[in-house]
Design a protein around this ligand. Structure first.
Ligand code: ZN
Length: 552
């Protein structure tokens, strides 16, 4: 494989304490090395900023629900054609781009890794097929286990060891990266009691007699016992409802001192009375996270314009289905595994709630004391497309621009936040490098990503410095993936097939004696046909789990 040397660039590599120093980066055989052989191709990065490739910790880019969302919005395919080039294939864009366009568009922004955040176990095969079709970037997915009926039964019966083994079995059967909890225990309440929303973590399910708190604390612990590189990834109960910040605080408390990741926390930071207009509780949520180093979060920033609500949280999709002008809507439940909801949506500046959501996201960024634990996401495409990241970066880095934008949105909403209270913080390039690559990589436990030290994957982005940070981060001059120069002078020069990142925690195969009969009784597929064969992991990379921690 080719070797490469990047010279004269200002390097931002926060994981290695490098904050804008001019230094050379050498690449050999896809990895960063101390030196490069004589005759290595040289990239002159004079006047440019060199960062590790971007890492998206939470997005929705592949699998059955993503495909349904594509089908639901054919107009996006006509309006946003992604043409082929000499090196890359064609596709379509919109808020839910086709597989090819997804990979290329991430790459054109300098992102080289992205994690699909919600896949039902039974949807894993389809998801892996789409991930293989998603070029350039490395990727993986989180498997939904928070509303899994068999796991609820094991929990209710106090079969704690069997619960751990079953989780490990499911992670192996699907080739997932970690476990995801979405509105844990909430599907049963919705299905069984006609749209009741879980607000109280101690509200026990009618069917299984287990509470969300029991599910959360057990699965958080299981993920850590299995040594998963990224902890349980939690979408809290009560998303989107006024007053839900107490549910969010309780969820973080339910994790005790165990490692846990709370996703799109903006959607879970609302005060106010249920059923009435929300208020901001970003200050309270930030304070809790600032004080609890075991907790990390991604923001889930709302960006104005088109979005697609796409969630395993069936109850919230059901509630939102008639709110917008667009009447298209999907709600579904998948076997005994998880719910799902999809709604085309648009966030508008003049609407109180949308403006408040936008402002709360910014507050969470601006109040965060540890950028390593409050990282950037829009919950693509829920809060907005990943293509809006450059604008979000400008909002964080450029106070004047932010103040101008604040003036354009619903004034009553802004008054209910702290944005006008002299929040003059401007993110530095170093902090942007943390929230967009070094932080997410560390939270994911990806030791070879998010930094430029020796041995790291040579995933590198080179941006031309520009006072307009949106412009700067929209189109890097060079993008290097696994040591290969994919984009040069803003143009694709090569295609690349990224890897699928997954974990394979050890488990006792005796657990199949418990799982198999459940399939024979209830599932629409046979047990033998369920686990995804290894051949679906073409270009797979197994990320090691830590040595298992024995259960108490
Ligand atoms: Zn999400």
């Amino acid at each position: 494989m080719a070797s490469l040397k990047i010279v004269n660039g200002r390097v931002y590599d926060p994981a290695n304490g490098i904050d804008g120093e001019t230094r050379d980066i050498c690449i050999t055989d896809g990895r960063i090395t101390a030196s490069a052989p004589a005759g290595a191709k040289t990239v002159d990065a004079q006047g440019m900023v060199v960062m590790p490739g971007g890492v998206d910790i939470h997005c929705h880019i592949a699998g059955p629900k993503v495909n349904l969302a594509r089908k639901l919005q054919p107009e996006d395919h006509r309006h946003d054609v992604h043409p082929r080039t000499a090196f890359t294939r064609s596709g379509t864009g919109g808020t839910v781009p086709s597989t090819f366009a997804t990979g290329y568009r991430y790459a054109t922004m300098g992102y080289t890794t992205a994690m699909e955040a919600a896949v039902t176990p039974i949807g894993a095969r389809h998801t892996l097929e789409e991930l293989h079709d998603t070029p350039v970037i490395d990727k993986g997915f989180y498997v939904l286990l928070g509303n899994n009926v068999l796991l609820h039964q094991l929990l209710k019966d106090g079969k704690r060891d069997e619960l751990r083994e079953a989780v490990a079995w499911w992670v192996n059967a699907t080739h997932a990266y970690t476990i995801k909890l979405v509105n844990p225990g909430g599907d049963e309440a919705w299905k069984g009691r006609r749209n009741s929303v879980v607000t109280d973590l101690d509200d026990k399910s009618d069917v299984f007699g287990v509470s969300p708190r029991e599910i959360i604390s057990a699965l958080v612990q299981v993920a850590n016992e299995l040594g998963l590189p990224h902890p349980a990834h939690i979408h809290c109960n009560n998303l989107g409802h006024s007053g839900n910040y107490t549910t969010t605080l309780e969820t973080m408390r339910a994790a005790g001192d165990q490692r846990v990741h709370i996703t799109h926390i903006q959607f879970h930071s609302y005060g106010g009375e249920p059923g009435k207009n929300p208020t901001s509780k970003a200050t309270e949520i930030s304070a809790y996270i600032n004080e609890h180093p075991n907790v990390s979060a991604d923001v889930g920033q709302v960006m104005f314009g088109k979005s697609t609500i796409m969630t395993a949280d069936a109850p919230i999709a059901y509630m939102l289905r008639r709110l917008g002008k667009d009447k298209r809507w999907v709600n579904a439940d998948t076997e005994f595994e998880s719910g799902c909801g999809i709604i085309p949506f648009a966030y508008q500046e003049h609407i109180y709630t949308h403006a408040l959501q936008w402002a709360i996201g910014l507050e969470l960024f601006l109040h965060s004391k540890d950028p390593w634990r409050m990282v950037l996401s829009t919950d693509h495409p829920n809060g907005g497309s990943f293509m809006s990241y450059p604008k979000l970066i400008r909002l964080l880095m450029d106070r004047q621009f932010r103040d101008e934008q604040i003036k354009l949105v619903n004034k009553k909403a802004i008054k209910n936040t702290t944005l006008l209270d002299g929040l003059d913080r401007e993110y530095t390039l170093n902090e942007i490098a943390i929230v967009t690559r070094a932080g997410p990589a560390r939270l994911l436990g990806l030791k070879n990503k998010g930094h430029l030290g020796e041995g790291a994957d040579a995933d590198i982005t080179i941006y031309e410095e520009d006072p307009d940070k949106e412009k700067m981060f929209s189109a890097p001059r060079y993008v290097i993936k696994s040591g290969e120069l994919i984009i040069e002078d803003h143009e694709f020069r090569a295609d690349h097939e990224g890897r699928v990142l997954h974990v394979a925690p050890k488990f006792d195969s005796q657990i199949e004696k418990i799982i198999r009969p459940f399939f024979e009784s209830y599932y629409s597929v046979r047990f033998e046909n369920y686990a995804v064969a290894d051949r679906y992991l073409r270009h797979g990379e197994k990320i090691p789990t830590a040595s298992p921690v024995a259960a108490e």
